[in-house]
Ligand binder design. Structure first.
Ligand code: ARG
Length: 527
């Protein structure tokens, strides 16, 4: 039986004694364990160690050895179960369930920011994790291509015509910055921008055409970024696709009494929070209008069990409002805002409005250059490996941190030792090389490699936990620990020539390769 089913069965058996049966996974105490005896004993004033012994006897589960220790019970897979889980390490049954994962969502005419990088990296990982666990997954890109800011940009482009074909994002960005500078002196420009956006929504052909040029040039730039990051195909769910229906929905919800008028705007009240705005008093839609429609549409289109939005924590309030209203409108999927903190570049937060911008492309290119130097010193000079290591390092540094925390972009991420991507990749390369020596020998586990074997099997729990909590860092940290344990094993044991060790090492590779894949990271050929 698979380890996760053994966990479930054990917890079910334990539930007859208490209703709090979450299990804790203690690193070196069993394959999993529970502190339930301690908790029950405390409540009843009994001795925890005695209770642990008696509970361990009462909850026999086939495939497990239960070892009471103090107030805990530690569970160990028996040999058969361990072999079974190792052999089928990465097998998961197909689920008839769909997860819609929305991530990336950059804004046209603006650089792909570090925030969008985080969304892309975290979202891609979450999507792959669902996929790995047998779900059907859909990735959506809610590209920011609509809104008053395009009114501003269009006004600026009309006033200061520029050649935007060569370096579109930089040119459009400077137009945007210039607009803000000028508008500070001449606030009338803001009104012009509003009128311009209204015309865009009303379908003015000429304006729409210019907007399309901005959009297409920007999408091309984004595609470059996705190619570098090896992001899976995302469905185009751009904001512009949803404003029309937004207008209709505002009218309908008004009629139904779900929405109401407030100072000329159409709003939906949200308990204890500011209302969600559906239409501004000038009759145009806003971000939340389009987000609401896009939410309803994806639910209708895919009938998903789960809908997640991978967007920075600065939009927490927006998603509280949005998800509340979506629920009210009978969108019955389990919806989650997967928030994350900021990634700070050493220079501080980036802002497009102030115009002092660090371009992500440049940051990634610098990462590659640095890796190239490191690799040359090691006598390796292979472009594709350099890319895998550079991008892998950036992704790993992002993903190993609990996503709600801020992360500091620090070149330490490129080091081959420490809690880094290259460290895990290196362990994988090494495990691959040695594991490949295992031919068709008989598979078995030895006392010298049982600890490592158990750690390998824990991959399954790490992936399941990462999905449950929508937290790839759980998996990233597991991979770190497995790499460390494998490196200890490698230093201590003579692996070559020992069939059991070679087999286990091939399993280390399988766990690392699959785990890294779930983080969107590839294993280089040589390091
Ligand atoms: N384009 C937005 C931004 O850069 C993020 C969109 C997030 N997704 C959503 N469904 N609102 O801030």
């Amino acid at each position: 039986m698979f380890i996760e089913n053994l966990v479930d069965k054990t917890m079910k058996n334990l539930s007859q004694f208490s209703d709090k049966t979450e299990f804790a996974e203690f690193k070196n105490f069993g394959d999993f364990s529970t502190s339930l005896p301690l908790k029950i004993a405390k409540a009843k004033g009994e001795r925890p160690d005695k209770l642990a012994i008696s509970l361990a006897e009462q909850i026999k589960v086939k495939g497990l050895n239960a070892k009471p220790t103090g107030g805990f019970i530690n569970f160990f897979l028996d040999d058969d179960a361990l072999l079974f889980n190792l052999t089928n390490l990465t097998k998961f049954e197909k689920q008839n369930k769909t997860a819609v994962v929305e991530y990336s969502a950059p804004n046209i005419a603006k650089p792909f920011s570090v925030g969008h990088l985080r969304s892309t990296v975290i979202g891609e990982s979450i999507r792959r994790i669902f996929d790995f666990l047998g779900w059907k997954t859909i990735g959506l890109n809610f590209i920011g291509d609509w809104g008053t800011q395009f009114g501003k940009l269009l006004v600026a482009y009309e006033m200061w015509p520029t050649d935007i074909s060569k370096d579109p994002i930089k040119e459009l960005l400077s137009l945007y910055v210039k607009f803000h500078e000028e508008a500070e002196k001449n606030p009338k420009l803001n009104d012009e921008a509003k009128i311009m956006f209204k015309k865009l929504e009303e379908g003015d052909k000429k304006i729409r055409k210019t907007w399309e040029i901005f959009r297409n040039l920007s999408l091309k730039e984004f595609e470059k970024m996705y190619a570098v990051l090896k992001t899976s195909k995302l469905e185009d769910y751009s904001e512009s696709k949803f404003f029309n229906k937004g207008q209709k929905i505002a009218d309908e919800l008004l009629k139904e009494g779900i929405a109401e008028m407030s100072e000329g705007a159409v709003i939906i009240p949200v308990p204890n929070k500011p209302p969600l705005i559906l239409r501004k008093s000038d009759g145009t839609t806003i971000y939340s209008t389009r987000d609401l429609v896009a939410g309803i549409e994806r639910f209708k289109a895919y009938k998903p069990e789960v809908m997640v939005y991978v967007v920075g924590n600065e939009q927490k309030l927006h998603f509280e409002q949005l998800l509340y209203v979506l629920k009210k409108l009978k969108v019955s999927a389990k919806m989650e805002h997967v928030g994350f903190g900021m990634m700070r570049l050493p220079e501080g937060k980036m802002s497009t409005r102030r115009g002092r911008v660090v371009f992500l492309e440049d940051v990634l290119a610098e990462a590659m250059n640095k890796v190239k130097v490191i690799m040359k010193e090691r006598g390796v000079d292979n472009k594709s490996d350099v890319e895998k290591i550079g991008i892998g390092a950036v992704k790993f540094a992002d993903l190993k941190t609990n996503r709600n925390r801020d992360v500091l972009f620090d070149w330490k991420m490129l080091k081959f030792d420490g809690e880094t991507g290259p460290y895990v990749q290196y362990a994988a390369v090494r495990a691959k090389r040695i594991g490949e020596k295992f031919g068709k020998g008989k598979i078995k586990i030895l006392p010298e490699n049982t600890k490592l074997a158990r750690k390998i099997v824990a991959l399954r729990l790490a992936v399941i936990n990462a999905k449950k909590n929508l937290r790839p860092d759980i998996l990233a940290n597991y991979l770190m620990e497995l790499s460390q344990l494998f490196n200890e094993f490698y230093t201590k044991e003579k692996i070559s020539g020992n069939e059991s060790h070679e087999w286990i090492t091939s399993k280390v590779y399988e766990a690392l390769e699959n785990g890294l894949f779930l983080l969107g990271i590839e294993v280089p050929n040589q390091m």
